[in-house]
Design a protein around this ligand. Structure first.
Ligand code: GDP
Ligand code: MG
Length: 436
């Protein structure tokens, strides 16, 4: 989608003046781009009509920077179409009950874990995950694996085939054990069917959840809209979770679903890992669709993870020439905490497109970490003590080669020199920025 919009807006960019003809042409391209992204025909048409009216109303034709104004109008309208503001989730109940719904494979179980993990980091929340997918023993297992991974308790009742009964017991259990959020994972089918709908309806009625969330795979395009409508007709859900936005991103689903069911999109899933969850910001999504990159998300994530105090300590060490491999290891971990490399790169404007086909290896740091772990504390803080026989020992211990050790030492040396140099001028500013 962003490629197409880039092209559409290119018609306008760089033109000092704009004629009614190229406004019309641009809107035609925008509409085609939306259709390509699986946005419903009528929605796309209404959208371009609205943009046209706004553009003429604001007199784009005589504006000083018509192309910018046009981009702004398209972006604002896209934002409005996806809900405008950020929608929160209701956690007022005691416990608050959150019910997941959606087709099989949409990402309910994964998202249940992500949400539990997300809430857990808010210190006041103690979530309980509940396994109500009773048809596949593997599904219960999967939720337990997720729970173990994030350190959240999972309530299950193997052999019990009644989801209403399990969910009711789970809520009672939560009350007794001080869990203030109950996240109920349910069974889905491959397509909308009556039995599944009856079951989730029953669970919904019995629990009267504070939040009923509909989980949908963003890559299913137009089908996603039909599924959303079917679930909404039965459950009148409170919000939508759009998963798998890390892949071949089709912003189209976000636009269509919001328009058709008129419920806010609350979170997005951007990967298989437990931290690949983001609050849905309509404006950022609009930026992303328009190919501007989700810079704000990137900056925010960096801010969350880079500890200011750490950065300051590091700066001192570099100044005193005491930067060692332990510090290097810490840096690697900081970067890793920010999410997968692919996610991060995708958020950089321009880079997403340029690096689309490059395979970015999340395990790129594995060798480096293994090598550093095989060093003694002394070797880590004074790398110059690593002589030939030590290199051999480290290579053996880390399952790498002496050549790889040499390479790392060389890289490390270059990096230390560069950091030292940066300390003088702009470098300090950069380090401070990283800290804040
Ligand atoms: P459920 O049947 O609705 O419970 O779906 P699951 O949670 O089991 O997810 C189905 C598959 O999609 C699994 O392989 C997940 O790892 C994967 N998945 C879930 N969410 C995401 C996401 O945001 N991005 C990607 N890439 N994969 C996801
Ligand atoms: Mg599941």
């Amino acid at each position: 989608l962003s490629d197409k919009l880039d092209k559409a807006l290119h018609v306008l960019k760089g033109h000092g003046s704009i004629t009614e003809v190229n406004v019309a042409e641009t809107l035609k391209e925008v509409r085609r781009a939306l259709l390509d992204a699986d946005v419903n025909f009528k929605i796309a048409k209404d959208f371009t009509n609205t943009v046209k009216e706004k553009a003429l109303g604001q007199n784009v034709l005589t504006a000083l920077q018509p192309s910018q104004l046009m981009v702004k109008i398209v972006k604002d309208e896209l934002t409005a179409l996806m809900g405008g503001d950020v929608a929160g989730i209701n956690l007022k109940g005691s416990p608050s009950v959150i019910l997941m719904s959606g087709l099989q494979g949409s990402g309910k179980t994964t998202f249940s874990g992500k949400l539990a993990n997300f809430l857990k980091t808010k210190k006041t929340k103690k979530p309980l995950l509940v396994a109500c997918d009773v048809y596949r023993p593997a599904a219960i297992n999967q939720l337990h694996v997720v729970g173990d991974q994030i350190g959240v308790e999972v309530f299950s009742d193997e052999g019990n085939m009644d989801p209403v009964d399990i969910a009711t017991k789970a809520v009672a259990y939560a009350k007794q054990n001080g869990h203030n959020v109950v996240i109920v994972d349910t069974a889905g089918r491959l397509a909308v069917d009556e039995e599944m709908m009856k079951e989730i309806e029953n669970v919904h009625r019995a629990l009267n959840p504070d939040e009923t969330l509909f989980v949908v795979d963003a890559m299913t395009g137009q089908d996603a809209v039909n599924t959303a409508k079917a679930f909404n007709d039965r459950l009148n859900f409170d919000g939508v979770i759009l998963t798998k936005l890390d892949g071949d991103t089709r912003g189209g689903a976000a636009i269509s679903i919001k328009t058709v069911v008129n419920k806010p999109i609350k979170f997005i899933g951007t990967g298989e890992k437990m931290d690949a969850i983001d609050v849905f910001y309509p404006e950022r999504m609009a930026d992303r669709i328009l190919g501007m990159g989700d810079v704000i998300s990137l900056v925010e994530r960096a801010q969350e993870q880079f500890d200011e105090e750490e950065a300051r300590k590091l700066q001192k060490k570099i100044a005193k020439n005491q930067f060692g491999f332990d510090d290097f290891l810490k840096q690697i971990n900081q970067v890793k905490k920010m999410g997968s490399m692919k996610d991060l790169v995708g958020m950089i404007p321009g880079a997403g497109k340029a690096l689309k086909d490059v395979d970015i290896d999340d395990d790129a740091f594995k060798h480096i970490e293994a090598i550093i772990h095989s060093m003694t504390p002394e070797e880590r803080s004074i790398p110059s003590t690593i002589n030939a026989s030590r290199k051999k020992r480290i290579a053996k211990g880390s399952g790498t080669s002496v050549q790889q050790i040499n390479q790392l030492l060389k890289q490390f040396d270059q990096m230390s020199k560069m950091m030292k140099m940066m300390q003088g001028g702009g470098g300090r500013k950069m380090m401070q920025m990283m800290g804040k």
